[in-house]
Write a protein that binds this ligand. Structure first.
Ligand code: SF4
Length: 424
């Protein structure tokens, strides 16, 4: 299952080989590549260790990574930004992790959904060929992948309300249609998606009650979605278009996300993490106060200064890019079915708010008073790397039922939805 609105062809920027993330190398690839005498190949590579062991296993089970050069790049990355393994031994000799990036795979009842990572520079800049033109190459990468995710079983809509794959597909199609809807702005489309999911929860509860009482339901989830589709979701769009931002800025939802970012950057102790959460919570709630910069790595900043930077969600370039990204997040099934469609979607809205905020801080660092497409692209890269595709942020919901309850309380608050989406 290939998406038709994202493209990718490697532009050899080398960005993914010099990133600040750990690239895990599987054991067979490490053993195979360590047996190569790189000093004898043409052109030779300097002697020295090419891999270093990790003190822990990565989520994919890898226990080694590439040695880095002083500038942070992989030891195999050459001055012309080409991979030293690829140029000497061919693409097939690279470890699977390098062959697989930026693809992601999710097995579904209808086939494998192929996604792309927006941590990739080419994907973010929409450079390359359509995936439909690259089927043989993608199939080859998929065949060697050990990272094909499976959908959760059962698929959960909300709390203990389960849905079938067919029902999930209908919800996904509606969300994608809303995010592509040319008659509504991106914020209205995001709000309409939230209204739509709440409606689906209600319809599924009506359906479940009828089933318990042994009678035919008056409404069904699939029937309701089909009705909405007939007038191109106008009813939910109308409800969404009436929403207004809360009177006071509501930034508290950013606090747990900022704390997670801090955790992913420097791994503080458990006590340090709790203290950081409290500090961030109170500062974001007040909308002012200094914070260390875990986004750009710059000096500490004041929250109020970041708030003063303008984010215009109707800017055509920014809006088109963010629509492409969030549509792809839904298509890729990265968030939506993970801990229930409702929770996944509301998490997506919180991350949208964080994207805006990270873009504002980036713009400020660049001396701008308003966010541009470049700032938005950098913010999405951060979101993708630290929260969505390459991170275990979604596991937060499995840590403790208390955290889940707190998140659900926040997510059910209509002011959270309006604040996350409409806060400028
Ligand atoms: S091995 Fe090659 S593709 Fe993989 S990170 Fe190093 S330079 Fe990049």
């Amino acid at each position: 299952m290939l998406p038709d609105d994202v493209v990718f062809t490697c532009q050899q920027s080398g960005a993914c080989c010099r990133n600040d993330w750990l690239i895990g190398v599987d054991e067979p690839a490490r053993a195979r590549l360590e047996a190569v005498d790189w000093t004898r190949l043409q052109p030779p590579l300097p002697p020295g260790p090419k891999f270093r062991p990790l003190p822990f296993a990565l989520p994919g089970g890898e226990r080694a990574t590439f040695t880095r050069r002083a500038d942070g790049a992989c030891v195999f990355l050459e001055p012309n930004e080409r991979c030293g393994i690829h140029t000497r031994l061919g693409a097939g000799a690279k470890p699977q992790v390098c062959r697989e990036f930026p693809y992601s795979f999710v097995e579904t009842p209808d086939g494998v959904a192929v996604g792309l990572s927006f941590a990739c520079t080419a994907v973010r800049a929409h450079q390359g060929r359509a995936l439909s033109e690259q089927q043989p190459e993608i199939r080859e990468v998929l065949a060697g992948s050990t990272r094909v995710r499976r959908l959760p079983d059962p698929l959960v809509l909300y709390a203990s309300v389960d849905i079938t794959w067919a029902q999930y597909c209908a919800i996904e199609a509606a969300l994608l249609a809303l995010l592509a809807h040319e008659e509504c702005t991106l914020p209205t489309a995001l709000l309409a998606g939230s209204v739509l999911i709440s409606l689906c929860v209600g319809l599924s509860q009506v359906e479940a009650m009828a089933e318990r009482e042994g009678r035919a339901p008056t409404e069904t989830l699939l029937g309701g979605l089909a009705q909405l589709a007939t007038d191109r979701y106008r009813k939910v769009i109308e409800v969404a278009a009436r929403a207004r931002a809360p009177h006071r800025p509501r930034l508290t939802a950013l606090a747990p996300l900022y704390t997670w970012l801090e955790f992913s950057r420097r791994r503080p102790s458990r006590v340090g993490l709790v203290l950081a959460l409290y500090r961030n919570f109170f500062r974001f709630r007040r909308g002012r106060g200094r914070l260390p910069d875990w986004i750009t790595g710059g000096p500490p900043f004041d929250i109020a200064e970041v708030q003063a930077i303008a984010f215009d969600a109707t800017d055509p370039a920014v809006s088109a890019f963010l629509r492409e990204y969030w549509r792809h997040v839904v298509f890729r099934k990265t968030l939506t079915p993970l801990h229930g469609v409702f929770r996944g979607y509301q998490t997506m809205l919180a991350l949208y708010a964080f994207t805006k905020w990270a873009a504002k801080l980036t713009a400020r660092r660049r001396g701008r008073s308003r966010v541009t497409l470049d700032d938005a692209r950098d913010a999405v890269r951060l979101i993708e790397q630290r929260f969505v595709l390459h991170a275990r942020f979604a596991d937060v919901f499995t840590l403790s039922p208390v955290l889940t309850l707190m998140a659900d309380r926040l997510f059910r608050d209509p002011a959270f939805v309006r604040g996350a989406v409409l806060e400028p």
